[in-house]
Design a protein around this ligand. Structure first.
Ligand code: AMP
Ligand code: GLY
Length: 423
């Protein structure tokens, strides 16, 4: 089967790496791809309007969409209408990520555990509602804001300023509507499920590190590292998440006539009252895909095609290996602000010789060498029998990489390692 992968980040490099190992793959294309992806795929740079024509011309059997933006914009609908198999939800179901208010309303209808909330389309009404929520309070821009549309003020003055900022265009059109939520206390974890709209199978858990600095300090980022599985999501919690969160979501969307097909990524808060949904994403996480792919030994083309074809029930649940995978993101100096671009990167071959996989995110090829071209640049990923072992292997590889204008956290996995030390 010929496969076209859409995207250019570390997530897509991990997907390309795993797709390339699939016995059913005959040829992999990626648009636009990156230098790491180019080791596994022929990279083509297709404008959004040119993807369908390319898929027809090349007789593509499956299109795998990595990022949320094209899904929210309806790429999967366009391809499906033309009879092309696609892994990823249509625009109506992708609203689970594209509109936080949509997801909260769906949770309310389906009785899914989540923080109390209210939706607002003007600043005065939003400010007037603040006292109901107490402090800290969670204020979110409704639309896609590249992971930056959430603020958690601890004073009323900060909360009012955040509301003014969102309605004033601080998050672009994403902030035309605002959701205010009750603050949930607990530990966060990510839960992944594959669904074709009817059948649902769990596909692993992970925890990530969103803050830039060691000890989870400093500004938020897209994610500085992650590991899978998240031991805090016990089998009992996983069952509860499937029954009380994932299953009712999939069933409600199906009953609405907008079935969800693809990977459903649930951001959870594990509270004293049980797991609650923080948010949904309509695609694999980045860098969570990197650790999930390191634990999947099956044929990814077969799995993703079964989701796309509505044949997931026939396949049986996909097994993720018991081993732990851990990824350390190496970012360019300046990140999460404007990153330094063009910095030389060496030692990639040496790092992989140490047993890791180096997934490329923000890189470019200049002549015969690789340079940094984005904020998050590499995801150095390794496995082990424990988080401590996977962490040692990942940092052994990091230490072989020569990236003078880059940096990384040195403590990815610390929470889990502290738990392992006690066990
Ligand atoms: P989101 O973009 O909705 O995932 O929110 C980003 C981050 O904000 C989450 O990963 C949480 O750390 C935090 N967050 C969002 N909603 C809540 C909530 N209701 N209570 C506590 N923290 C939250
Ligand atoms: N790592 C969080 C995300 O992919 O959105």
């Amino acid at each position: 089967m010929k496969v076209l992968l859409i995207g250019s980040g570390g997530r897509e490099h991990a997907l390309a790496w795993k797709l390339a190992q699939s016995p059913r793959l005959t040829k992999l294309f990626a648009s636009p791809g990156n230098p790491g992806i180019a080791e596994h795929a022929e990279c083509v740079d297709l404008a959004p309007g040119a993807i369908l024509g390319f898929a027809r011309e090349e007789n593509i059997g499956l299109v795998v969409v990595g990022p949320e933006q094209p899904l929210v914009e309806g790429l999967a609908d366009e391809l499906r209408a033309a009879g092309i198999l696609v892994f990823g939800p249509g625009a109506a179901a992708a609203r689970l990520e594209g509109s936080k208010g949509f997801t909260k309303d769906l949770c309310a209808r389906a009785g899914i555990p989540t923080a109390a909330y209210a939706r607002f389309s003007d600043a005065e009404a939003a400010k007037a509602a603040l006292p109901r929520f107490g402090l800290p309070v969670v204020i979110k821009a409704d639309g896609l804001a590249a992971g930056k549309g959430v603020v958690i003020p601890t004073t009323a003055a900060e909360a009012e300023a955040a509301i003014d900022d969102m309605f004033g265009g601080g998050f672009g059109s994403a902030g035309a509507e605002v959701v205010i939520e009750q603050f949930l206390e607990g530990e966060e974890a990510s839960f992944f499920a594959l669904t074709d709209g009817t059948a649902i199978v769990p596909f692993g858990t992970a925890q990530d590190h969103k803050r830039i600095g060691d000890g989870d300090t400093g500004p938020n980022t897209g994610g500085m590292g992650a590991y899978s599985p998240a031991s805090i999501v016990t089998d009992a919690i996983a069952e509860e998440v499937m029954a009380r969160i994932i299953r009712p979501t999939v069933d409600t969307l199906a009953a609405d006539g907008t079935p969800y097909s693809g990977v459903l990524y649930a951001g959870l808060m594990l509270t004293a009252e049980g797991p609650q949904l923080i948010e949904y994403k309509c695609r694999f996480g980045d860098p969570e895909a990197q650790v999930l792919m390191m634990r999947y030994d099956g044929c990814l083309v077969t799995l993703l095609a079964a989701v796309a074809e509505g044949r997931l029930a026939e396949l049986g649940p996909p097994a993720l290996a018991d081993r732990v995978a851990l990824t350390v993101v190496m970012a360019a100096d300046g990140y999460p602000g404007p990153p330094v671009k063009g910095g030389a990167i060496g030692g990639l071959v040496e790092a992989e010789a140490a047993g890791a996989q180096v997934f490329q995110a923000g890189t470019a090829r200049v002549a015969d060498h690789i340079v940094a071209s984005g904020g998050r640049v590499l995801a150095v990923t390794a496995t082990g029998d424990s988080v401590a072992e996977a962490q040692r292997a990942a940092y052994a590889a990091v230490d072989r990489i020569d990236f003078p204008t880059g940096f990384c956290r040195r403590d990815i996995g610390w929470r889990e390692i502290a738990r392992e030390a006690v066990a």
